[in-house]
Design a binder for this molecule. Structure first.
Ligand SMILES: C[S@@+](CC[C@H](N)C(=O)[O-])C[C@H]1O[C@@H](n2cnc3c(N)ncnc32)[C@H](O)[C@@H]1O
Ligand SMILES: O=[N+]([O-])c1ccc2c(c1)CN[C@@H](CO)C2
Length: 273
């Protein structure tokens, strides 16, 4: 895509996000049925199981975990916070950074009760669900900062956000395909965030398959790059990653609740060469 087209596409995406509503987004995607811890086939428990396994199977280690495009959610680092002693959360929008700070600073300051999530991950770790306050304290202890990010910049974070060695692990969920105007931009963004990762570091990527739009709030329809598994794998390879594992979740009918047209969710564990 020629330079002007590239800039217009990315600028148009940024404009779409001006109406993003963290409370609505959480309501749409992080409450039942999509987040139902009693249902084996609910999406969020599947995502938490993928992340728990990926963080605890022994090859992921280091000092610093960075979550790219955190949004208003914390689920993506609930397992990682036990493995890394520094976690950096990032998002493009101040409203999302504010939502995360609200949780960090104590109960009542955010739009979702994360307790069921904390309890569920405690169970995955073989701990009593009643240990959730300790897990919440651990998470608050290791989150070092909540900073701006733009995956379309070759340098997505401020230069002083990371140590020179880079991050030891990146996690990014439903971000790249939801903020890119097309597949080429998605692949470029994958390369940009890869530069934040040290060689040999891991990328844990969760994303939407077959999705062309989602609602980021009432009437806030945001275009999405519709991806299939082959395109995800090709983009990873093109961006200098070695695929370790790809898992796919196909949405049952009753998980399609009208807030998007997603058909599946992918989970990728990859290593930067
Ligand atoms: C679909 S939400 C994903 C939120 C969360 N990670 C999750 O798993 O639900 C996409 C996020 O990307 C952020 N975003 C928008 N434009 C971005 C950009 N250019 N670079 C990085 N993040 C961006 C939005 O603010 C939003 O929080
Ligand atoms: O079911 N889920 O857990 C879930 C969570 C977040 C998102 C989706 C599904 C699908 N749409 C994306 C935005 O492109 C955001």
């Amino acid at each position: 895509m020629e330079e002007k087209g590239k800039i217009n596409g990315v600028a148009a995406m940024a404009a779409c996000y001006q109406g993003f509503d963290p409370a609505a987004y959480l309501q749409y995607n992080y409450t039942p049925p999509r987040a139902d811890f009693e249902r084996k086939d609910s999406i969020v428990p599947w995502k938490l199981a993928c992340l728990h396994r990926a963080f605890t199977e022994g090859d992921v280690n280091g000092e610093l975990l960075v979550d790219i495009g955190s949004g208003p959610t914390l689920y993506q680092v609930l397992s990682g916070c036990e493995v890394f002693n520094k976690v950096l959360l990032t998002d493009f929008l101040e409203v999302n950074r504010q939502e995360l700070r609200g949780w960090l600073q104590g109960e009542g300051g955010c739009n979702l009760d994360w307790t069921p999530y904390l309890q569920h991950v405690c169970k995955l770790e073989g701990r009593r669900p009643s240990a959730w306050p300790e897990k919440a304290a651990k998470l608050r202890e290791v989150i070092t900062d909540i900073v701006p990010v733009d995956v379309h910049c070759p340098q997505p974070l401020a230069l002083d956000a990371l140590p020179s060695a880079g991050a030891d692990c990146l996690v990014s969920c439903f971000c790249l395909e939801s903020v890119s105007p097309d597949l080429a931009a998605f692949t470029r963004a994958l390369g940009h965030i890869g530069r934040l990762l040290r060689p040999g570091g891991h990328l844990l990527l969760i994303g939407a398959l077959g999705e062309s739009y989602y609602f980021g709030g009432p009437g806030v329809k945001i275009p999405v790059v519709p991806l299939n598994e082959a395109q995800v794998c090709a983009s990873l390879q093109e961006s200098g990653y070695t695929l370790i594992r790809l898992e796919v979740y196909t949405l049952p009918q009753d998980m399609r609740v009208g807030v998007d047209d997603v058909t599946g969710v992918f989970f990728v564990k990859a290593r930067k060469e």
